[in-house]
Design a protein around this ligand. Structure first.
Ligand code: PLP
Length: 476
């Protein structure tokens, strides 16, 4: 049979099958195990030689789900608190499936006038939702790492201009190192981005006044005075990952504004604080920056992958990400080419999910998701405080709760070692997906609540599991 005919015949029955499978997958999200501790052993049987004759789509997809049932991780479910992982609203999930079915490519207007316009609309809505200036252009990327890359590439372009150089043309060789100033809260992705931008990982100068990494504002001030008008970049961390803490956004931006700085706000999840009157003050002043990073697959609850870079000056993006050839759209075409103001040319229609969820639930619906997660964090902190053997390590200001297992009578170093082993035991156990980290010198658990699906009983279960496994470890 001719190839096209073969695929066309397969599609009808496959739609029926996928319809059933999707229903099972989506309806099962609340109850599917969050992890499979024996995944490594199971996956020992996964690899095989490239099939000479394939098994067909129906069988391939069924097998895929069978493997997922025994070795997947239910990161969309209500008991995943590792890293900062959001859920997906029904509208976002549906729209994302449609984006895949349509195989839409919002590289440039001609490939999808709708998606291009939708991306602009969705970015405008996001700015409105998060209180960012309406005039800032933006671009959708894979996540906050890439958004930090876009924003800091724009910052580097600005810095080059200040030195009279177009860095995108000539590179940074021979130039002084671009000063990048931040607090101890600076995220690992910013450090990686500095490596990619030719500044180097060690280029970030951290001004820290306590063991937790909080900003030393006077130290930052002194450094800016010492720079004496030389251009520099200040990275403001609106939401850090170990305890959900914040740099003093307003003070930091105002200080930077008195000097010759580009101010970048990494608000991957923290900018969503703007949606609740309880937390909005934490990000006041972010709108005075020059660029901002926001993640969608975290607290907007759209499926992976989805992040947004906002930069005050379109020309900087156009210079940094210029992309031209005879067969490509004109650079000065009034219709936007997102592929020429961001790192990716070919790109998914991430805008479908963002547009659909904001259209479906609006400001009010998304504020409810944020309020829900704030409530869950407060509830969990209350459970921790009331549970013998658990110790709250920081009053949660947002959606991350820093705590540890502490049965009493142990020295700090021994407690750190116990919590590290307990972290491994929790992952081995598989009832919850949650990670450990450091808050200051101490080893802690740091569940992050960013999913509308998580209920109070889910997080109460986490407290009991940690106490149960902690007690069994302590017994040795
Ligand atoms: C503050 C902050 N910035 C950047 C990132 C990187 O985000 P992504 O994994 O979406 O690239 C994260 C991820 O947790 C984050 O919390």
């Amino acid at each position: 049979m001719e190839t096209g005919e073969m695929f066309r015949r397969e599609i009808g029955p496959l739609i029926e099958q996928v319809h059933r499978q999707l229903a099972e997958v989506i309806q099962g999200t609340d109850v599917r195990p969050v992890a499979h501790p024996d995944a490594a052993a199971v996956l020992a049987g996964f690899r095989e030689a490239l099939p000479e004759q394939g098994c067909g789509a129906a069988r391939a997809l069924t097998e895929l789900l069978q493997w997922n049932d025994v070795a997947g991780a239910n990161t969309a479910g209500p008991r995943c608190y590792h890293f900062v992982i959001g859920g997906a609203t029904p509208a976002a999930l549906g729209a994302d499936l449609l984006a895949t079915a349509l195989d839409t490519v919002p590289y440039t207007w001609i490939l999808s006038p709708l998606a291009t316009e939708m991306e602009k609309q969705a970015l405008d809505w996001l700015k409105d939702l998060l209180g960012l200036p309406t005039g800032w252009p933006g671009v959708m990327v894979t996540g906050a790492s890439m958004a930090n890359f876009v924003c800091l590439a724009a910052a580097r372009q600005w810095w080059g201009r200040e030195l009279g150089v177009d860095v995108s043309e000539t590179g940074v060789a021979g130039l002084p190192r671009m000063p990048v100033l931040s607090s101890g809260f600076v995220h690992a992705s910013t450090v990686k981005v500095l490596a990619l931008l030719g500044i180097g990982r060690s280029g970030v100068e951290r001004f820290v006044h306590d063991e937790f990494g909080r900003l030393d504002l006077d130290g930052l001030r002194r450094r800016l005075e010492e720079l004496d008008g030389a251009p520099s970049v200040v990275v403001v961390n609106a939401g850090e990952v170990n305890a959900g803490e914040f740099d003093p956004v307003q003070e930091m931006v105002e200080l930077a504004r008195q000097h010759n700085c580009w101010v970048h706000v990494d608000g991957a999840f923290g900018l969503f604080a703007r949606l609740s009157p309880r937390t909005a003050d934490l990000v006041a002043g972010a709108e005075l920056a020059d660029s901002a990073t926001v993640d969608g697959h975290k607290w907007l609850n759209v499926p992976y992958d989805s992040g947004y870079a906002f930069v005050r000056d379109h020309a900087l993006l156009a210079e940094a990400f210029r992309y031209s050839a005879d067969y490509l759209p004109e650079e000065n075409d009034v219709r936007p080419t997102f592929g020429a103001i961001g790192p990716e040319s070919s790109r998914r229609a991430r805008c479908f999910a963002v547009w659909a969820t904001l259209k479906a639930y609006g400001r009010e619906g998304h504020a409810r998701i944020v309020e829900h997660c704030l409530d869950i964090a407060q509830h969990f902190a209350g459970v921790v405080s009331a549970t013998p053997g658990l110790q709250l390590m920081n009053e949660p200001r947002l959606n991350i709760v820093s705590f540890r297992y502490n049965p009493g009578g142990m020295r700090e170093e021994a407690l750190d070692a116990l919590n590290t082993r307990l972290g491994a035991a929790v992952l081995e156990d598989g009832r919850y997906l949650v990670g450990t980290s450091k808050w200051g010198p101490r080893t802690i658990f740091r569940p992050a609540f960013s999913n509308w699906r998580t209920r109070k009983e889910d997080v109460e279960g986490l407290a009991s599991v940690i106490v149960e496994l902690g007690a069994s470890l302590s017994r040795g």
